[in-house]
Each structure stands twice: as structure tokens, then as C-alpha cells.
Design a protein around this ligand. Structure first.
Ligand SMILES: *Cc1c(COP(=O)(O)O)cnc(C)c1O
Length: 385
């Protein structure tokens, strides 16, 4: 089965026999507990909904299929997935090498929460694989990558870094939220585990907070599955249903997100008020060649720097009518934000500057509206000042 077919059918096959009614959309199983006929035999394997739920199970099968992984696990948020993963695979004294411009919340989880449990983190500019190699220590167990990165759209070479990790017996994890499996398959490139904030493109409609982990190693899966239940940050059946529903249109949404982002990036690149544009689809992007090799599309995210003062940027944002000034990304509606004041405000200013997130950086999540309307909105907002 190919991607668009799996996105619609896997996990949601109609049940025509036994007790099934032939539903083509999976029922939302709200029951928290499941009755059994024999005391030692849970009905269809279900006992209690934190441990397992039929609607969540349908979503988990779909998630696995999308990344061509053996196993998929659904969580209450992307950060819940990340925290459960690290608490499952690492122990006190272990070291992680991570790329330096991670999603702000991921960085906060690492340095503000998990550090207190004896985990050590080193952040490196992973665009050069040698920086990753140099960051590895004798206690390094895991490499954490985000590509393209947020908000600077920097790329790193998954295949090359996964090879370095293997030499050192470290596990490679890729946060694939920005590209989704429609445009990028980290497991095929040698990574061991993929994580997602399904809040973003997988659900795609800005109405669910959710997370996912996909992997094929049976031992690692058992540990994460155990802790999904033991820690308990599971998604509700209703949210699972919504993500399943969202995923059905993932391929056509991603095509349009990418088309619109490309047009916007090209428009901004030629605008006199724009200093620079970060979009992997532009030939000027320093990793454009890697983007073409590693991804099958360039995605819907871009960022750019305005030549204006911060007061002028504030005015530009307030003049927009279609773009909503909001955090988050990956929904059908176009969003725009200023990372230094919003998504990345939790990173201390000095670190932010060192990474390259300037105060005049603006990030766009291109929605799937008509591109003419989006460009016209940007045009009037840029000209208005
Ligand atoms: C949003 C996001 C997360 C965190 O996910 P939540 O669902 O908000 O907990 C992690 N990584 C990336 C790249 C994200 O965009």
C-alpha cells in the first residue's frame, strides 16, 4: 500500500464480521474499563483505557504505517511523548547530544526538567556532523535531532549522523514534526526513533494537542509501552479520533502547505524590506542540496528577517488580516509569529543570539488558503508602514 492509501485506511478497516457494524470511520470508544467473560481473559486484550483503548489502538497502527515503523505510540502531547521516551531509554548519568536550535519546549524539558534527574545534555550545531562527533562522550546514549530546525530551518544530515551514533552505540531520535512522514522518513535514513507533535501537521486543524513515537526495535518499544502506561500521559479517545481523521488528508494538505510556503518564500526573498529568508526550497539555502536529497518536499514552514526596527515589525504583524499572529504551526490556517517574543522567549537572550534567533526574525506557518490572498495580505502589511 502506498502512503496516501495507508493514511486513509490503516487501523480503520471496517469490521464486517463478528460484532462489527462495518463503520468506515472508527468509533470513539469512551469506556474507561472493559468487562470480561472469564476473569483471567481481558476481552480483545482490553482492560483499562490508560493501558489500551480501541480508538487509540487504531491511531497507533496508523502512526506506525506512516513512518514504515513496526510500532506506533500515541501521547497526550508532543512533550509527553518526548519525556516518556527519554525516561524509558535513559538513566541517571547518561548523556545526550542534541542539535542546538530545537523547539523551545524540547530544550526546556531537557535543561529545566530532565537535568534534575541526572541526565546530561550537550547542544551542538548539527549541520556539521563533526560537531556531533565532537559532542559525543563515553556516556552518550542518545542523539536528538530536529531537521529542519525551528525557527531557523537549518538542516542536518540524518544518514551521516545516524552512522556516527551507531559507531558509539547511541540511539538516534529525529523530531519529524516539521516534515511529517509525507516528506521525510528518518527511519529509512538510519535513525532509530521518530517523534512527532501531532498537534501540528498530523492532526492539521489546530484543535488537538497530541504526540507520537514511531520505532521498530522491539526492546525499546517494550520499554516505552510500559512507561506510556506507567507514567500515563495518554491521549483521550476523542483526540485520537480527531488525529485519525486529520491524517486522512495529510498528503494533500502537505502538498498545498509546501506549494504556498514556496511561493511566499520567493515573494519575500525579492522584497526590499526583507533581509533574508530561511526556506530549504530556496536555492540560496545553505543546505538546499541536502534538502533535495533527504526530503521529498520542502514543507510549509519558513522564517525571515525584516530590515525594520522592532516597533515596525510589531506594526507589520498587527496589519495582517488573514495570517493570525499565534504560536504553533501545521494547521490549515496561516500563522505568523516573532520567535524572540513568543515561541522561543523561554531561551535566555544570550543563548538565543548565539544560535542566531534575532529579535527581527519572523516565522510563518503557511496554511492552505488561496496563495493570492496570502501574498496580498503580506504585501499590504509590508507596504503599510
Ligand atoms: C510543538 C512541537 C513540539 C511539542 O509538542 P506539543 O504537542 O506542543 O507538546 C515538539 N517539537 C516540535 C518541532 C514542535 O513543533
Amino acid at each position: 500500500m502506498r502512503f496516501a492509501t495507508k493514511a486513509i485506511h490503516v487501523g480503520e478497516e471496517p469490521r464486517l464480521e463478528e460484532e462489527g457494524f462495518g463503520d468506515v470511520a472508527v468509533p470513539i470508544h469512551l469506556s474507561t474499563t472493559f468487562a470480561r467473560k472469564e476473569v483471567d481473559r481481558p476481552t480483545a486484550g482490553y482492560e483499562y483505557s490508560r493501558t489500551g483503548n480501541p480508538t487509540r489502538n487504531a491511531l497507533e497502527k496508523r502512526l506506525a504505517a506512516l513512518e514504515d515503523a513496526k510500532f506506533g505510540l500515541a501521547f497526550a502531547s508532543g512533550l509527553a511523548a518526548e519525556a516518556t521516551l527519554l525516561l524509558s531509554l535513559l538513566k541517571n548519568g547518561d548523556h545526550v547530544v542534541a542539535s542546538d536550535d530545537l523547539y523551545g519546549g524540547t530544550r526546556r524539558l531537557f535543561v529545566s526538567t530532565l537535568k534534575n534527574f541526572g541526565l546530561e545534555f550537550t547542544f551542538v550545531e548539527a549541520g556539521d556532523p563533526d560537531n556531533v562527533r565532537r559532542g559525543i562522550k563515553s556516556n552518550t546514549r542518545l542523539i536528538w535531532l530536529e531537521t529542519p530546525s525551528n525557527p531557523l530551518m537549518k538542516l542536518c544530515d540524518i544518514r551521516e549522523i545516524a552512522e556516527i551514533a551507531k559507531e558509539k552505540d547511541a540511539v538516534t531520535v529525529v523530531d519529524n514534526t516539521f516534515m511529517t512522514p509525507y516528506f521525510q522518513r528518518p527511519l529509512k535514513q538510519g535513525a532509530d526513533i521518530v517523534v512527532h507533535s501531532s498537534t501540528k501537521y498530523l492532526n492539521g486543524h489546530s484543535d488537538v494537542v497530541g504526540g507520537a513515537i514511531m520505532l521498530s526495535d522491539g526492546g525499546a518499544h517494550e520499554k516505552v509501552r510500559f512507561n506510556q502506561n506507567a507514567i500515563g500521559c495518554v491521549p483521550s479517545p476523542f483526540d485520537c479520533y480527531l488525529v485519525l481523521r486529520g491524517i486522512k488528508t495529510l498528503p494533500i494538505r502537505m502538498e498545498r502547505h509546501s506549494y504556498n510556503a514556496n511561493k511566499i518564500a520567493n515573494y519575500l526573498e525579492s522584497h526590499p524590506k526583507v533581509k533574508m529568508v530561511n526556506y530549504p526550497g530556496l536555492t540560496a539555502h545553505p543546505k538546499h542540496a541536502l534538502a533535495k536529497k533527504q526530503m521529498s518536499g520542502f514543507g510549509g514552514m519558513l522564517s525571515f528577517e525584516l530590515a525594520d526596527s522592532s516597533e515596525a515589525i510589531k506594526a507589520f504583524l498587527s496589519r495582517l488580516n488573514i495570517f493570525a499572529v499565534a504560536e504553533s504551526l501545521g494547521g490549515v490556517e496561516s500563522l505568523i509569529e516573532q520567535p524572540a517574543l513568543m515561541t522561543h522567549a523561554s531561551i535566555p537572550e544570550r543563548e538565543r543570539k548565539a544560535i542566531g534567533i534575532s529579535d527581527s526574525l519572523v516565522r510563518i506557518s503557511a496554511g492552505i488558503e488561496d496563495i493570492e490572498d496570502l501574498i496580498a495580505d503580506l504585501e499590504q502589511a509590508l507596504e503599510g508602514g
